[in-house]
Design a protein around this ligand. Structure first.
Ligand SMILES: Cc1cc2nc3c(=O)[nH]c(=O)nc-3n(C[C@H](O)[C@H](O)[C@H](O)COP(=O)(O)OP(=O)(O)OC[C@H]3O[C@@H](n4cnc5c(N)ncnc54)[C@H](O)[C@@H]3O)c2cc1C
Length: 313
């Protein structure tokens, strides 16, 4: 298929950006370009595009806020969809008794949405303070940490399936696991959250406390994708071990390949310094995995999502 003369989207209400600087749109700020970046303006356009991509075997990837993403230097093929048009950023509130339901579209910014719930004196998203994400990316990754995960506030999730159909799952049908979900569909479109009214002063104080904790433990201002590795399960101790501690114990803080270094602030953060390439980060990831395995016998699995040309989407 010739993507430049593609009939996939020529009749759809979308903006198409060929050869888009994808890596620069991520928190890492490094990596290659997307052959085609598509910004749909309507849900129908997105559904139709999903269906056509599946039928034609065209890879389809969804970009959220790019906070958990490394784009390989050679860039990515197929179509990258960005849900940043107004219809995909809407957030609506609906009070039913003590519980407030909030429906957020996948492209809404998590931090802004969280601050609006706080302004309204609502708890639910508070444990996610300080986590950069879109709503869709936070659901896909089951974003969270020491204070809780997004799953705890989810009432239902609406997706677009490979054949372009809208499907809604109640939370009871979904499995939210450690930094993952069992959602089978390529596109998360929206989610409904259960929020609980609370004292606005207390909610605000809790957000501040969690944010301060994150700021003191993580290099939030540096170019990274958050934690590079998941905490591995240790079959001997029968629990998850801190990947950061394992990396620290292997003496790897400060290790550098090219412009990529292991943060001295938090050993599970691989930071890109000016001039870094995605390949530097990938090599450092491999080196860390190798050295931690040598020392502890534990296999580290990447938490950061890596997009490479030719990989299945
Ligand atoms: C400084 C920093 C701190 C961080 N701290 C934390 C933390 O404390 N806890 C934590 O869990 N994470 C943390 N992260 C990682 C990141 O914030 C989360 O993984 C977040 O959920 C990523 O959301 P995103 O919208 O940026 O997704 P992206 O990075 O854009 O994408 C990640 C994955 O989600 C998929 N995706 C995105 N949107 C959709 C959609 N609408 N439909 C289907 N799939 C989609 C993408 O295709 C990709 O596979 C941190 C990152 C940074 C940079």
């Amino acid at each position: 298929m010739s993507l430049s003369s593609s009939s996939l989207f020529s009749d759809l209400d979308v903006e198409v950006i060929p050869d888009a600087p994808l890596g620069a749109m991520t928190w890492y700020g490094i990596g290659g370009r997307a052959d085609l970046l598509v910004r749909p303006r309507t849900v129908v356009a997105l559904e139709t595009l999903a269906r056509r991509c599946a039928r034609s075997g065209t890879p389809l990837r969804v970009l959220g806020n790019g906070a958990n993403l490394l784009v390989a230097d050679e860039g990515v093929d197929g179509i990258v969809v960005r849900l940043d048009q107004p219809v995909f950023r809407e957030v609506r509130y609906n009070q039913t008794g003590e519980i407030q339901l909030m429906r957020a579209m996948a492209g809404a910014d998590l931090a802004k949405t969280l601050m609006e719930t706080v302004r309204r004196g609502m708890d639910g998203l508070v444990p996610l303070a300080g986590i950069p994400a879109s709503i869709g990316g936070a659901i896909r990754m089951n974003a969270g940490g020491a204070y809780g995960a997004i799953a705890e506030a989810v009432d239902s999730v609406t997706c677009i399936s490979r054949n372009g159909r809208r499907v809604t799952y109640p939370a009871s049908e979904l499995v939210f696991d450690y930094r993952s979900t069992n959602i089978p569909d390529p596109i998360i479109l929206a989610a409904v959250f259960r929020l609980v009214p609370d004292d606005p002063v207390r909610v605000r104080a809790r957000v501040k406390e969690i944010f301060e904790y994150k700021k003191s433990t993580q290099p939030l201002a540096d170019h990274s994708a958050g934690c590079a590795f998941k905490n591995p399960f240790d079959p001997v101790q029968e629990e998850r071990r801190s990947a950061g501690r394992l990396i620290d114990e292997a003496g790897l803080k400060g290790l550098r390949i090219g412009g990529a270094t292991i943060s001295r602030h938090h050993a599970n953060f691989i930071v890109a310094e000016p001039g870094a390439s995605a390949s530097d980060v990938e090599q450092l990831l491999a080196e860390v995995r190798r050295r931690v395995f040598e020392r502890s016998g534990l296999e580290l699995e990447e938490e950061v999502v890596i997009w490479r040309r030719g990989d299945p989407s």
